[in-house]
Design a protein around this ligand. Structure first.
Ligand SMILES: [Zn+2]
Ligand SMILES: [Zn+2]
Length: 146
């Protein structure tokens, strides 16, 4: 089973459990996100949807993107104004990304030590972090070696 089918299966199970409807736009948006190797902007998702849906309306598409964002299946990369699929368990509170400025590859990284440190600091200062998005720009190893 490839990881895309895996994500769709997870989404089906998730929606059944949460009693959320896995509507056609929601499903197609998630498939597009799962198939993309690169972060996608909302208009790119919309234009890809035109191949599979009749007349997808922008608000419908944006609502579907929002839905998956809220559910943790996709993440928003603020500095690129784009979205990526989550390859993790979809319920982690924060996310860290490395972004290659040469080839555009975005990787989701889980730096547990860093988060422990931050959470520890926040706990002592009585602030409870709910979500965060750490975007680290740089150069990936294949661009560095080329
Ligand atoms: Zn994630
Ligand atoms: Zn690169």
């Amino acid at each position: 089973m490839n990881s895309n089918t895996h994500i769709i299966d997870q989404a089906e199970a998730f929606c059944a459990e949460k009693k959320e409807r896995l509507t056609k736009p929601r499903l197609e948006v998630l498939k597009i996100m799962a198939e993309s190797q690169q972060p996608l902007r909302a208009y790119e998702i919309l234009s890809k949807l035109k191949d599979v849906l009749d007349l997808p309306s922008p608000p419908t598409v944006y609502r579907a993107i929002d839905f998956w964002l809220q559910m943790g299946f996709i993440h928003r990369i603020e500095s690129l104004n784009a979205y990526v699929i989550c390859h993790s368990n979809h319920s982690h509170p924060g996310a860290q990304f490395t972004i290659c400025d040469d080839c555009g590859t975005v990787m989701e990284v889980h730096v547990d030590k860093m988060m422990e440190f931050i959470q520890d600091r926040f706990t002592r200062n009585t602030f409870v972090p709910v979500k965060w998005n750490l975007e680290i720009h740089g150069q990936c190893s294949s661009c560095r070696l080329s």
